[in-house]
Design a protein around this ligand. Sequence first.
Ligand code: ADP
Ligand code: ZN
Ligand code: MG
Length: 479
Amino acid sequence: MIRDDYEMVIGLEVHCELSTKTKIFCSCPTEFGGEPNTHCCPVCMAMPGTLPVLNEKVVEYAVKAGLATNCSISQNSKNDRKNYFYPDLPKAYQISQYDKPLCNHGHVSIETPEGEKDIRILRIHIEEDAGKLNHDEYGRGSFVDLNRAGVPLIEIVSEPDMRSAEEAESYMRKLKSILEYIEVSDCKMQEGSLRADVNVSVRKKGSTEFGTRTEMKNMNSFRSIVRGINYEAERQIELIENGEAVTQETLRWDDISGRTFSMRDKEDAQDYRYFPDPDLVAIKLSDEYIENIKKALPELPESRKKRYMEEMDLSEKAANFVTSSKYYSNIFDEATEKCNNPKAVSNWLMSDIAKVLNEREEEADKIPFSGKELGELIELIDKGTISNSIGKKVLNELFENPKAPSKIIEEKGWVQISDEGAIKEVVIKVLENNPQSVADYKAGKDKALGFLVGQAMKETRGKANPQMLNKMFIEELKK
Ligand code: ADP
Ligand code: ZN
Ligand code: MG
């Protein structure tokens, strides 16, 4: 993407809203949406005299995320106040964690064209989300909605280990998939449950020092992350090549114009005047507490991938694909159980199903049918009840109006014709109607057979069993 004498250096700060029922310091619901200011109470509205109480589930979920990303869990941790003013933060400080985050020094691995690569995680800490400003479209002002204020977040800070937009995308996808597997967040990027501050710098290849970085705030789609990184890297290279300096600043990526805009100069930690929150007690975790969470973790993508390769003989590519999302791998498990044909299941997921999702610009969580239904579809093909091409039509039906595939083919009259008498009838008819092809075949043009089979398929609207057709044509042509 960029000039090949430069390389990019990228680090991500990923914010993930936790799917606890209630907020981090009060018992208001975390539910998305709702009329403005209906999911709040004196605590999350920052009324004077109120006191926060830490939601234990938040700690549990954050520890889960830490363990799933190979972090060490801190047994002594605390909450700190990060002071700044913004109208969506009525307390004028955010309760976060400064020098004692819950989780430290982990990593996740991503696939790159050069093989697997570990992206290190510096820390994961817990904090509260702020409210939301709704800007009036007639310019009469802005309205504050505090429904989101106090929704629990974890912030996952990576080391600056990524070297291309593709690596950053893979890392973000991997994180999303892990967080979905462990069920700590719905990870809906379009609703802001998962978003990233993307830090980018560039340097001459071979250089050991990092360049000055800029930070794009609140990126909430894979596409904008990739576009933003490439844009920023090119912009920075151009500055450097023109003898100018990159300014360390906070930027806003604009998806419509495809460029970044300056929001403010970069603030430093000291600007926030962090100090321990005196209203909250220290967070102390026992070995046993951490151990119990570890034991309850579900099987993670890495281990599923190995299992699929070793026990089900999937290729690495197929195993990577199937485990790239909890939704795919759950469907895979369910379908395989039903039809006992893991290769076919992974092929359907990778090709036809992924294609439909792609066309609809949707992700795997939007698959409207179950693994059992996919398994039954494959079983019907394997048993010869329907042909592969009818199978594809059934899949389209599953996307439109999901129900048992056997029901679909019955209702549509799509059962494959495997009756010898019926097949023979079609074959004879096609032979009679196509004397030229018969002559061609007899003169040694094998291609003519394909044409005849095609005609018979047309005649039966794709329902004839292709193997039987082939065999019957050869037999008849020999006569
Ligand atoms: P903050 O942005 O809150 O001040 P840090 O200084 O710790 O926090 O950095 C945040 C992120 O910036 C981290 O993900 C880190 O990997 C990344 N980062 C730090 N230096 C660079 C750099 N020179 N180029 C790209 N990313 C960087
Ligand atoms: Zn509240
Ligand atoms: Mg930052």
